[in-house]
Design a binder for this molecule. Structure first.
Ligand SMILES: [Zn+2]
Length: 337
């Protein structure tokens, strides 16, 4: 399989040249294996604990033609592709953020008007420090992705050797460690660029108090905004931006709507019979799969509303282990980690 060839090609390259040429990694970002019959997640060693014990996925193999699927150009997602005039490159890599609605035939009779115009689908990668910061701008009416913000993030508290080992372990096997090294920037620079992107879309203005306008973050779990972003802000010695103070936890909406618990994105996709596309635990691919789960839930009639808010303590607007979205609020004293 293409995946098994990737480390070999990398080794032979490393022996022949000390510095990767631009776009080298394009040719190692192999089509992920999830498109194969009886697909398994190829990078099982990096699965989150909650899903690492799950049985192998048995998704029906989707045809590439049906989904018109090809891997995203990870330079383009970061505004850094210089091969837009190369037909071979354009043929091989996806340069569009759009996500086809896969349930067109079902009609939209269950669709409910949402309280937000846009959702910002966020799925961070990196356990020690954030390595990838992908956000999809999802239109709540059209259920399509209208833009994306994607940056690879360079840790600031690790030695170069540790970073190299970390990236090799995380992204090496799927051949995107090269693009990571080519493009990763520090977290505070990422946030500065993210704010400019939010402002461009009229979703946020610093002088208006720093809260989002007509938009809300959607994450799969509370970890991204409850734990990881605040931790990274401490590492970067920056104040936690106000727009990270509240969010929608997709798992809570899923439980509230379907009356079933879902430990993670994979289990939701399995239950909803949505084939996994792209590479699990590549953040930008995970955000796209989360958005596909959202499309499915919206066409089923789910209402996406805030589930968590950070104040002086911490507030969950959703009562866990219950199937009711509560009218009041529960305050759980938690640490900020
Ligand atoms: Zn490109």
């Amino acid at each position: 399989m293409a995946l098994s060839r990737a480390p070999l090609s990398r080794r032979s390259f490393l022996l022949s040249s000390p510095k990767p040429p631009p776009f080298f990694s394009f040719f190692r970002y192999s089509p992920p294996l999830q498109l194969l019959p009886n697909c398994k997640i190829y990078n099982s060693a990096s699965l989150h604990t909650e899903e690492s014990m799950a049985p192998p996925l048995q998704f029906e193999a989707p045809s590439r033609k049906k989904f018109n699927w090809k891997p995203l150009c990870l330079y383009h997602t970061q505004g850094k592709c210089t091969k837009m005039d190369d037909p071979t490159h354009i043929e091989r890599f996806n340069h569009s953020c759009s996500l086809k609605l896969e349930r067109n035939g079902l009609g939209l009779k269950n669709f409910r008007a949402q309280k937000f115009d846009y959702f910002l689908v966020l799925d961070l990668e990196g356990k020690v420090e954030i390595l990838e910061f992908p956000v999809l701008l999802f239109d709540a009416k059209t259920m399509n992705v209208v833009d994306l913000f994607h940056r690879f993030v360079r840790p600031t508290k690790m030695s170069e050797q540790r970073i190299n080992e970390y990236i090799e372990g995380k992204y090496g096997k799927i051949g995107i460690d090269g693009v990571w090294h080519d493009t990763a920037i520090a977290f505070d620079d990422v946030i500065q660029q993210f704010e400019a992107w939010l402002a461009k879309h009229h979703l946020w203005r610093k002088e208006k108090g720093g809260l989002l306008k007509e938009a809300a973050f959607v994450t799969c779990g509370n970890w991204d905004l409850k734990t990881k972003v605040p931790q990274q802000c401490i590492v970067a010695r920056m104040k936690l931006p106000p727009y990270f103070m509240e969010w929608i936890n997709l798992k809570d909406i899923y439980l509230n709507f379907y009356k079933r618990r879902a430990p993670g994105m994979i289990s939701m996709m399995r239950e909803l019979q949505i084939p996994l596309l792209g590479s699990h635990h590549v953040g930008i691919d995970d955000t796209r799969n989360i958005a596909r789960v959202m499309q499915h839930m919206l066409t089923d009639g789910a209402l996406f509303q805030l589930t968590a808010r950070r104040t002086s303590g911490f507030i969950f607007l959703f009562r866990r282990h219950s199937d009711q979205l509560i009218k009041g609020i529960d305050i759980f004293k938690t640490d900020r980690g």
